[in-house]
Write a protein that binds this ligand. Structure first.
Ligand code: FAD
Ligand code: NAI
Length: 477
């Protein structure tokens, strides 16, 4: 006998679990089916983000930053520490503890909101009358059959493989392997200088690895504002000590017993490098394999994404899709907002997501964050703009923190002064960007921020100053 629901969500990551909670809050009888198992083989809600993505990477970034600070930054405060040691095992245990706490938190929220928590792989089987049929399997056996009026697909993404290179998570690692190394490798290679490459490269560099990042594109962080990207390149290579090689063509990758050799070409020159571990982080692919898309006629595009309209509705009646499995940036907050919006649409509401105001953050040191258009995009679109920049170098709070590297750049419409983009490299850019997002959502002008009182001393004064600079009346520049 099938269990019947108003809404079944397939996938329990930030897109799916949030959609399920919101649907339940709106009065729908809701189930969430998720297949993720932790290394102990136990179900663990939260998807990629919580288990092998956003949260564990930030935990390791913090641990490695602390270790780095003890060694390099404390002396300036008059604190001398000798014999500081890094116990990678304790660091990993702390990370696992954070994951466990948050995953348990989602299970608790499911109980609180009466969301049925179903563990297993959800497969679309077809229709019975007006309802969709979803079969749930676990370890190859059918464990449940669910029927739903509405289905929300939130199956996320998996690492994009490099042809001919097998991920064994021993020598050649994907994101899960990169987050679970039990010792610091002496020589770490990374293919791809995107977000994962830079974050994971920073972690292991601070813990003592020599890190070489091999990037195919000739441009560093091509999606970011290039003024900020250039500053980031300089800081990450000079201060963090990452060896980032751009414009690389990867050749044969040979896995030995204890090391991996990567042949590559750069500026027409053939080279080869041997690494103790190699991370492959060259993007992610939507996760639709085994979902039953073909069986029900679900439209998938040529890159494997579930095709949706602006409302996250698929080509099938009452079937929706959110998060990494659909177009748009692969970010947890984007997935969650789509999940909420779909639940509300099912309830007949008319939510709206402003895709132009989705913040990006790269948690390197210093952090990089942006929202809205880059200077390159504005030029390409022929939009006249003015810009204001201000550095952290003279900011009292940044100096007190010992984190005075970085810049805030504000781009505003030349005529209306409406803020079109804000780009930050600097301390706590991940937090500072929130003010810019709010400003853009409220269609603020740079003058609006320039006229708002910002606490002193605070990092937010640098955004304030950049807005003053956009109007050519910087006080400290
Ligand atoms: P996912 O989180 O991938 O969740 C999908 C879930 O569905 C998984 O549990 C999967 O097992 C399950 N599933 C798949 N198919 C089925 C099926 N047929 N039946 C049942 N269950 C199924 N984003 C940020 O915004 N900030 C960050 O700091 C950040 N850091 C990251 C760091 C790393 C190392 C990685 C890899 C990613 C990071 N991301 C970050 C991206 C972020 O993790 C994703 O954008 C986000 O997890 C997408 O959410 P989702 O719900 O769409 O999918
Ligand atoms: P990415 O898309 O950020 O970067 C991949 C990089 O690999 C690109 O620079 C690309 O040019 C390069 N590349 C592709 N093929 C290559 C090849 N054959 N040889 C060498 N380089 C090659 O993807 P990444 O880092 O794997 O992360 C996946 C996604 O996860 C990100 O796009 C982001 O959406 C999400 N994420 C977000 C984080 C955050 O918000 N802080 C942190 C980590 C991941």
């Amino acid at each position: 006998m099938s269990q019947q629901f108003d809404v079944v969500v397939i996938g329990g990551g930030p897109g799916g679990y949030v959609a399920a909670i919101r649907a339940a809050q709106l009065g729908f009888n809701t189930a969430c089916v998720d297949a993720f198992k932790n290394p102990e083989g136990k179900p663990s809600l939260g998807g990629t983000c919580l288990n092998v993505g956003c949260i564990p990477s930030k935990a390791l970034l913090q641990s490695s930053e602390n270790y780095h600070a003890v060694q390099h930054d404390f002396a300036a405060h008059g604190i001398s520490v000798s014999g500081a040691k890094m116990d990678v095992g304790t660091m990993l245990k702390r990370k696992e503890g954070i994951i466990g706490k948050n995953a348990g938190g989602i299970a608790f929220l499911f109980k609180k909101n009466k969301v049925a928590n179903v563990h297993g792989l959800g497969v679309l089987k077809g229709r019975t009358g007006e309802r969709w049929v979803i079969e749930v399997t676990d370890n190859g056996s059918v464990v449940d059959t669910l029927e739903a009026t509405h289905v929300i697909l939130a199956t996320g993404s998996t690492p994009r493989p490099l042809p001919g290179v097998a991920i064994d998570n021993n020598l050649v690692l994907d994101n899960a392997g990169a987050l679970a190394l039990t010792a610091t490798p002496k020589r770490l290679g990374v293919i791809g200088s995107g977000v994962i490459g830079l974050e994971m490269g920073s972690v292991w560099k601070r813990l003592g690895a020599e890190v070489t990042i091999l990037e195919a594109m000739p441009t560093f962080l091509a999606a970011a504002d290039q003024q900020i990207a250039k500053e980031a390149f300089k800081t990450l290579t000079r201060d963090t000590g990452l060896d980032i090689q751009l414009g690389v063509k990867i050749g044969e990758i040979k896995t030995g017993k204890k090391s991996v050799t990567v042949a590559y070409e750069i500026n027409g020159e053939k080279k080869s490098a041997e690494f103790d571990k190699l991370i492959v982080s060259i993007g992610r692919l939507p996760n639709t394999a085994g979902l039953g898309a073909e069986a029900v006629g679900l439209q998938i595009d040529e890159r494997g994404f579930v095709v949706v309209d602006d409302n996250c509705h698929t080509n099938l009646p009452n079937m929706w899709a959110v998060g990494d499995v659909v177009r748009g940036p692969m970010l947890a907050h984007k997935a969650s907002e789509e999940g909420v919006a779909v639940a509300e649409r099912i309830a007949g509401q008319k939510p709206h997501i402003d895709f132009n105001a989705i913040p990006w953050v790269i948690y390197t040191s210093p952090e990089i964050a942006w929202v809205g258009k880059t200077e390159e995009q504005l030029k390409k679109d022929g939009i006249e703009y003015k810009k204001g920049t201000s550095g952290f170098a003279a900011n009292g709070r940044a100096l007190g923190l010992g984190m005075a590297a970085g810049t805030v750049k504000v781009l505003a419409d030349a005529k209306t002064d409406r803020i079109l983009g804000v780009h930050i490299i600097g301390p706590f850019a991940s937090e500072l960007i929130a003010e810019a997002v709010v400003a853009m959502e409220f269609a603020a002008s740079s003058e609006d921020i320039a006229r708002i009182v910002h606490a002193h001393p605070s990092l937010s004064e640098v955004l304030h100053e950049a807005c003053l600079a956009a109007d050519k009346r910087a006080l400290h520049g």
